[in-house]
Design a protein around this ligand. Structure first.
Ligand code: ARG
Length: 467
């Protein structure tokens, strides 16, 4: 027998009814071992829990279960040492581990698959893996929120322009802007925690689809693997991939938030804005233009959403037309989820590094905040408060004052009182107090507003919550 004949002989795991092995191309399209080997630790943990339960319920002898438990640990150490040979002809991680186990311990290895199927096996492996990713992302988000909090603390009262339509709107504080991201990432964190709670039910024991006649103890395996309870419907257990979809959807929203701040960094670090300086550690130079310092990490972060959202759409598309229960289509759930999770973790780490290292140019921010007629709303509010004008009328008068300033080539605080009174005779010297940017931000004391006291209250709330 040549090597290729041998690899094409009927499968040792299920070859009983097969005379011939699969075509080489069939093997290539069918095998998942190239990527699902990433589930080795979860697969071995699931099998160890299953074997211990089979012994506790008297389905397996204690000595068989012990041999299996120890053999699986040997397989684990072989994989971790890099000496394990993954074999494509064994399709996937489940058959690779089981086959090696049987090589190592003989007959008891062949008893491991009692009362179980690869359908519930892959469901539990993948759930365990996604659950770990939720935990890692929650931890990554917490660290990122701390980095934003630190920036907010340093500049709780630094004035900068607030934008709508990327046009100067009203002065805000740097701390307030940083804290906006703390709120976004906090929601991302809570979405992941929420998804984790929902996915924390154990599908192991659903077997192929219908459950099993063996007297298994699903409570026991669920508890051993850290699940809250076993899943309640065996058909659903082997069909469900919404746990992965929820993780991907939450990751997509989070990546969108990362991308928005990345976009702001790209704009803010440009020579035209100069709001922030990114450190050398998160930028690159140009091979031709010596002056360049490019915000590559921010740009890549902006792009990562494309991959993560792509994975989300891909899995929805894989799942949407599948009649119950398992279909092989579902093997396509893994690669893109792996890639999305990797992209998210890398993105969170890169953003944490960039935010920690960046320095705001306080003076540039203040100068920018004071230009573009940013205190026009304060002027209109003053007309309402002091002269008792209806807001619509005040808005109109202020508009005329802005137009006047524009023809004079100056900003609102630079207009003379006479100029002001030419538009509305009731205006007095007192108006100039509200045209200053510091006064403007100090006045916005409504709950959640940009006044430094409000910002400091939010910083204190989050600092306590994250401690
Ligand atoms: N490699 C397979 C997957 O990832 C494992 C489940 C196989 N089940 C089956 N009935 N062929 O989906």
């Amino acid at each position: 027998m040549t090597a290729s004949d041998k690899s094409r002989s009927a499968n040792q795991m299920w070859g009983g009814r097969f005379a011939e092995g699969p075509d080489a191309i069939m093997q290539a399209i069918n095998a998942s071992i190239g990527f699902d080997q990433r589930l080795y630790a979860q697969d071995i943990a699931g099998s160890r829990a299953h074997a211990a339960m089979l012994a506790a319920t008297g389905i397996l002898s204690d000595s068989d279960a012990q041999a299996i438990g120890e053999g699986l640990l040997t397989v684990l150490s072989e994989i971790e040492a890099g000496s394990f040979r993954f074999r494509t002809e064994l399709e996937d991680i489940h058959l690779n581990v089981e086959s090696r186990l049987t090589e190592l311990i003989g007959e008891p290895g062949k008893r491991l698959h009692t009362g179980r199927s690869r359908n519930d096996q892959v469901a539990v492996d993948f759930r365990l893996w996604v659950r770990d990713q939720c935990d890692a992302a929650v931890a990554g988000l917490t660290t990122l929120m701390q980095a934003f909090l630190k920036q907010a603390e340093a500049g709780a009262d630094w004035v900068m322009p607030g934008f709508t339509h990327l046009q100067t709107a009203q002065p805000v504080t740097w701390g307030h802007h940083m804290m906006a991201y703390v709120e976004m990432f906090a929601r991302d964190r809570s979405r992941l925690q929420d998804a984790r709670r929902r996915m924390n039910e154990c599908p192991l024991g659903a077997a192929a689809l219908a459950g099993t006649g063996f007297p298994i103890d699903r409570q026991m395996t669920a508890a051993a693997l850290g699940f809250d309870r076993p899943t309640a419907n065996s058909l659903d257990s082997v069909s469900d991939r919404d746990f992965a979809l929820e993780f991907l959807a939450a990751s997509s929203i989070c990546a969108m938030h990362l991308s928005r701040f990345a976009e702001e960094l790209v704009i803010w670090s440009s020579a035209q804005f100069r709001f922030v300086r990114l450190s050398d550690r998160w930028t690159t130079g140009s091979s031709i233009m010596p002056q360049k310092k490019n915000p590559d990490a921010a740009e890549l972060l902006r792009a990562k959403l494309g991959r993560i959202l792509g994975a989300t759409v891909a899995l929805f598309t894989v799942m949407k037309g599948l009649a119950l229960t398992y279909s092989k289509d579902m093997q396509e759930d893994k690669e893109q989820t792996f890639d999305a999770a990797d992209s998210l973790m890398l993105g969170l780490a890169a953003m944490t590094g960039m935010v920690g290292d960046m320095t705001a140019n306080r003076d540039t921010l203040r100068t920018a905040a004071a230009s573009g007629f940013s205190t026009a709303t304060d002027l209109a509010d003053w007309l309402v408060r002091t002269l008792g004008l209806p807001f619509r009328e005040a808005h109109h008068i202020t508009g005329s004052l802005v137009a006047l300033a524009e023809t004079r080539g100056c900003d609102l605080p630079d207009l003379s009182l006479a100029d002001m009174q030419s538009v509305h005779p009731g205006i007095t010297e007192g108006v100039f107090a509200v045209l200053g940017v510091e006064n403007s931000v100090r006045s916005r004391t409504s709950y959640g507003g940009t006044a430094p006291d409000q910002v400091r209250a939010q910083i204190a709330r989050w600092t306590a919550a994250l401690a």
